[in-house]
Ligand binder design. Structure first.
Ligand SMILES: Cc1cc2nc3c(=O)[nH]c(=O)nc-3n(C[C@H](O)[C@H](O)[C@H](O)COP(=O)(O)OP(=O)(O)OC[C@H]3O[C@@H](n4cnc5c(N)ncnc54)[C@H](O)[C@@H]3O)c2cc1C
Length: 466
């Protein structure tokens, strides 16, 4: 195939940027679209103001941020960057509808790379909607992008490597971190020692973070987690308790802590709404939610559509870069820029790197595997679906009355029918159905077009083709 049409990439995180840079090396033009004002995605976004320094972020992160920008700059002449532009969904055959700063337009594509990343998994518990209760990424975004301290006296609860990382970043930013509560047990981490050795530098960096916490008297508890959060108008206190192997809280031994903010991090979910709207086939994964079915070149079930990075499952930034490169190599081969032999050779090298990262990452996934005890945290009247105010007891009742899949649950309780399209409540609902014994054909909350509401004013005389 010979075409000079730019490859359209949705997402300027590590995977989308790496894809564009790799395409540039083959002389292929691309257009990257991102709703954010800068490249970098959620991890390497950095402060919104260029002049700001990042004294509280570690050197590895700063190096990685600058490597991404260098890679991008080296191929800048081949890349058109559309920031502050949101893709709202498909419009007709091989066209996307964009909203750039409240102006709608279409963008046609021949080859499409979806690099839309992930969003955080919400875990409802009593008080989870109080101001001051934040997801870990939101906490990070404040200190990375806005350079705002999310609180003065904070605790972190959840699971996985982000907990010690964020604890160190908060402490360096001047926050009093009073405790870090990892839901999983230490012996489960020790069992993964061999898997973690696949990325010795990352493992060492994890150990140095733990040493930092110890040096600064920040207690780190394994096998502990959140029970509830209380406060009048904002957060004042949380209760944490020991968790058993199934992550059921031992409330008899709970303790209360005075805090004005907490970070909650029980994992991430692939941001697959756009891929689903386009019609790509997906399957359910316990770790990452609904993920697309892909071939070895990361091509989806749709012609000329590749899905890379966290959008196809949670593997982290280094893997996201590898995946962006693999998709780009395949497109270069299909556009006759390189031979199939060269493509296989180039991709083989990247695949080997990716395999090492996966072995490392799967170790952490086993350690942090979410347990159903978390589903018992909400009380009867705790809201699970924020948009439609559906409570735990409404979900329980619907299941008791025979709901066996997401669609029925949605019809009975309205979960997933609000503006966020199930981003917040779908994980809880799926886990709850699985806990009740329904593991097959439970379906999902189908995303609706447009992904974001469009103001009526935008629909009048305000629709051009790019
Ligand atoms: C809040 C948060 C914080 C994280 N912090 C860390 C961390 O500190 N350390 C770590 O190792 N990992 C972290 N992760 C995971 C890490 O971000 C990813 O592993 C990595 O960035 C994946 O890169 P990616 O390119 O696949 O996606 P991302 O970096 O997520 O990039 C996706 C991009 O797509 C854009 N996008 C998505 N949908 C649309 C749309 N419809 N229209 C326009 N633009 C769109 C987003 O704005 C985003 O910039 C974090 C994840 C999240 C969600």
């Amino acid at each position: 195939m010979t075409t000079s049409q730019p490859v359209v990439i949705v997402g300027a995180g590590p995977s989308g940027t790496a894809a564009a840079a790799q395409l540039g090396k083959f002389g292929i033009k691309s257009i990257i679209i991102d709703e954010a004002p800068k490249i970098g995605g959620v991890i390497y976004r950095g402060p919104f103001r260029d002049s700001d320094d990042l004294p509280h972020l570690d050197d590895n992160l700063k190096r990685a941020m600058s490597a991404l920008r260098t890679r991008f700059s080296a191929q800048k002449q081949h890349i058109e960057l559309l920031t502050q532009t949101r893709v709202l969904g498909p419009e007709g055959q091989n066209k996307l509808l964009l909203n750039k700063l409240n102006s709608l337009s279409n963008l046609a594509y021949q080859d499409l790379i979806l690099a839309t990343g992930c969003h955080e998994r919400s875990v409802p518990f009593p008080g989870w909607q109080l101001p001051g209760v934040m997801l870990l990424g939101g906490v990070q975004l404040q200190i990375k992008s806005g350079l705002v301290k999310p609180g003065t006296r904070m605790a972190l609860v959840g699971t996985g490597p982000l907990l010690p990382l964020v604890a160190c970043q908060l402490h360096k930013a001047g926050v009093d971190v009073v405790g870090v509560y990892e839901a999983s047990q230490f012996h489960k981490l020790a069992k993964e020692a061999i898997a973690l050795l696949n990325k010795p530098k990352l493992t060492l960096s994890g150990l140095s973070m733990m040493a930092y916490l110890e040096k600064h008297d920040i207690p780190f508890y394994y096998g502990w987690g959140i029970v509830d959060a209380v406060g009048d108008e904002t957060l004042q206190q949380i209760s944490v308790a020991p968790y058993n192997e199934c992550w059921q809280a031992d409330v008899q031994n709970a303790k209360t802590i005075d805090v004005d903010a907490i970070g909650v991090g029980y994992g991430f979910v692939a941001r697959s709404q756009l891929a689903m709207l386009l019609g790509a086939q997906h399957q359910y994964s316990h770790v990452s939610g609904y993920v697309p079915i892909l071939d070895n070149w990361l091509k989806s079930s749709l012609e000329n559509t590749y899905i890379v990075g966290d959008a196809n499952g949670l593997l982290g930034a280094d893997a996201a870069i590898c995946e962006g490169q693999i998709a780009a190599i395949r497109i270069a081969q299909k556009r006759n820029k390189i031979t199939p032999k060269k493509a296989a050779q180039l991709a083989g090298k990247v695949h080997r790197k990716l395999a090492r990262i996966k072995r490392f990452r799967y170790g952490f996934d086993r350690f942090s595997a979410r347990q159903f005890g978390l589903l018992e945290l909400p009380k009867d009247d705790t809201v699970v679906c924020r948009c439609e105010q559906a409570t735990r007891s409404q979900i329980d009742k619907a299941i008791e009355q025979g709901a066996k899949d997401i669609t029925t649950l949605k019809m009975r309780t309205r979960i997933g029918m609000g503006d966020c399209q199930g981003k917040t409540c779908a994980s809880y609902a799926i886990d709850r159905l699985q806990q009740a014994g329904f593991t097959h054909n439970i379906g999902t909350i189908q995303p609706r077009f447009p992904l974001d509401p469009i103001p009526f004013t935008l629909l009048e005389d305000n629709h051009e083709t790019v």
